[in-house]
Structure formats: C-alpha cells, structure tokens
Design a protein around this ligand. Structure first.
Ligand SMILES: N[C@@H](CCC(=O)N[C@@H](CS)C(=O)NCC(=O)O)C(=O)O
Length: 338
C-alpha cells in the first residue's frame, strides 16, 4: 500500500501536486480525436477523492448518468493503486479490468506517473483518455451539452467565467490543495503556513457567503462544486487527520449552513460516502496515521438539519430543475450516510 497517495510528491519536504499527465479532451467537435458519444466512456472515481467527487457531482447535476457510466474504486488502494475490489470477482463489469492501472497501461506502456482518479476511459479500446481533474468537469459542463438532461443547469456560464475562475483559483490554492499542504507537511513552518492560509481563506469565503447563497451569481456553479468537495470532508478527515484544526466547520455558522445547503441539494449529498472518505484517508496515509485506526466520529446527524439559506435568495438551478433520483446501483450505502 502506498503512503504517498500514488503521488511521489506527497512524501517530499514541500508538498507539490503533480500535474495530470493525460490531458486529452472529449469535445463536441472531436478536435482531439475523442468524439462525444453516449455510452462510449466510463468515468472511474473513488468516492473518497475530492477531485474525483467534483466529476461525480457534475455528472449528476447535468444528468449525464446514462451517457457516461460510473466505476467506483475501492477506497483503499494496494501497491497497484486503485482497484475494483467492490465489484463481483474484483473486476469492473464494463471495462473487465481489476486495476485502473490497466487502462493507463493500455494507453501508454511504462507510464512513469501515478495512477489517479478521476479518470475517463474509452470503453471500446480500454484506453485511458484523460486524468486531468481540472478540465474534466469544465468539459462536462461545456462540451457535453448535447447529452445533458432537460433542465440541466449551466454550471460554467460564459458571462461569469472570469469571476468563477478567480474564485476557483483561490479556492484551489488555499483550500482544495491547502488541506493537503498542511496534512503532508514535514516541517512545522510549512504546516503552519498552509494552515494559516487555509483558515484566512475560509474566513474570507465565510464573509462572502454570509451575504449570498452561492459563490458566484445567484445559482450553483462549478465554483460551488469545488468548494463543497473540500468542505464536506473537513470535519471528517481534514480537521483531525490533516491537522487543519483551528476550528471545525460546524463552528463557522455560515460555512456550515452553506455546505449543508449544498449537501441537501440533489446531486451533492447523494454522492458523498463518509465511510469511503474516512477509511481512505485514515488507512492509506500510513505516514500520518501508522495505526490505520479510523475514528468513530464525527457525528453526522447534523448534515440533514435545516440550514435557512433560502432566505438569501438565489435559485439553485437557475432556469433549470434539480436532477432526478440517483440511479439504481449508484446509491451510497447506509454506512456512508448520516
Ligand atoms: N491527478 C491529480 C489529482 C487527482 C488526485 O490526486 N487523486 C488522488 C486521490 S484523491 C489519486 O488518485 N492519487 C493516486 C493514488 O492515490 O494512488 C494529481 O495528480 O494531482
């Protein structure tokens, strides 16, 4: 089992996230050789992973479940990384492989980088198309429109892109990646700097969200998805395991209400598996948690309590509608829900 989250850089003195290696894009005009086609591709994720969870949420909000199938890896990797041990015979039923690395190998032999989720795999050839976590969701929102459900929201509206990009950049540096920088720091100063930056940013975000229901505009956008995936993990893993413990999310009235509001919105909370999240972080990063003991808490019952954010106005889906029920076979098991 890897202590490095499959990313060599995790163990280094100063934590650096490696760049995604396969950056092909599936586009409406097939300009990179990967045409948009319903049923052709498979999205491989771990429900533990915040970067993969962005894609799972986007797929639900946009109603792409039938067009882009979903493979859920075991939250605990072994030394061959992500594996399909949750499936019968330990094989993904569509790709027929036991390890995600097999799709990487089919794409490029002797690929030297880490095997990461999210990954999109071309089903007919079994080859990895992309593991570019920053681009995948933007493409689902803007290139996959012909396959969106009726009433799908515009998650990356053209007129708001500058503002969304700016917020996402700050959130990425200080929050999404900031928790990892704090958690994998091997020197006190490095940890302290990441932690300071994280909580300063959270305070700014809290002030912003005190006045508005969503980060940008009056509806849910990609920016909210990206902040949500870190906030929903905050008290369960980042506060304890990554030592981001100046305060708990439940102690910030605004952020706690904001993340609960999203959690209770169809397409968000119904993708979250707290059991996978906790077991992955506490059992895989043995350098941080050598005993691999998974804590019992925190109590999850608060996630379903009223949040009162409707008073701020805004319409979650704009002129669109909420997504329908979670497809059979994709429901989060009881162990992972409040
Ligand atoms: N691909 C990106 C982000 C995705 C990412 O880091 N995913 C993690 C899980 S949260 C992963 O798959 N790591 C490889 C591993 O754990 O084996 C990167 O390389 O930084």
């Amino acid at each position: 089992m890897s202590d490095t989250d499959g990313n060599e850089a995790y163990g280094r003195k100063s934590f650096k996230r490696s760049k995604s290696h396969f950056t092909d894009r599936i586009t409406a005009d097939a300009r990179e050789g990967w045409p948009l086609e319903a049923g052709r591709y498979r999205l491989v994720v771990s429900r533990a992973c915040p970067w993969a969870s962005r894609a799972v949420i986007s797929r639900r909000l946009l109603g792409l479940e039938d067009a882009l199938s979903l493979a859920i890896a075991d939250p605990i990797q072994d030394d061959r990384s992500w594996r399909f041990t949750l499936d019968p015979d330990g094989r993904d039923p569509v790709l027929g492989i036991r390890f995600l690395s097999e799709a990487y190998d089919a794409r490029e032999t002797d690929y030297p980088g880490g095997v990461s989720v999210p990954a999109i795999v071309d089903v007919p050839s079994g080859r990895l198309v992309t593991n570019d976590f920053q681009q995948i969701t933007l493409d689902l929102a803007t290139e996959w429109t012909a396959l969106h459900r009726e009433g799908a929201p515009d998650l990356y509206p053209a007129r708001l892109r500058d503002e969304i990009d700016e917020i996402m950049e700050e959130v990425y540096e200080d929050v999404n990646n900031g928790v990892y920088r704090a958690g994998f720091a091997t020197e006190q100063e490095e940890y302290a700097a990441a932690c300071e930056r994280l909580f300063r940013r959270l305070e700014l975000l809290s002030a912003r969200l005190a006045r508005r229901r969503y980060l940008v505009g009056g509806t849910i956008t990609e920016a909210d998805i990206r902040l949500f995936t870190t906030l929903v993990r905050f008290d369960a893993v980042y506060h304890g395991h990554f030592k981001c413990n100046r305060w708990k999310l439940t102690e910030d009235e605004v952020l706690w209400a904001y993340v609960r509001d999203l959690y209770q919105t169809p397409g968000f909370g119904d993708t979250v598996d707290f059991d996978h999240i906790k077991r992955h972080y506490y059992q895989v990063h043995t350098g941080i948690n050598p005993t691999r003991i998974v804590p019992l808490g925190p109590d999850l019952s608060g996630w379903l309590t009223p949040h009162g954010r409707e008073e701020l106005g805004g319409r979650p889906f704009g002129d669109g509608t909420p997504p329908g029920p979670v497809p059979e076979g994709e429901r989060v098991p009881a162990a992972g829900r409040p």
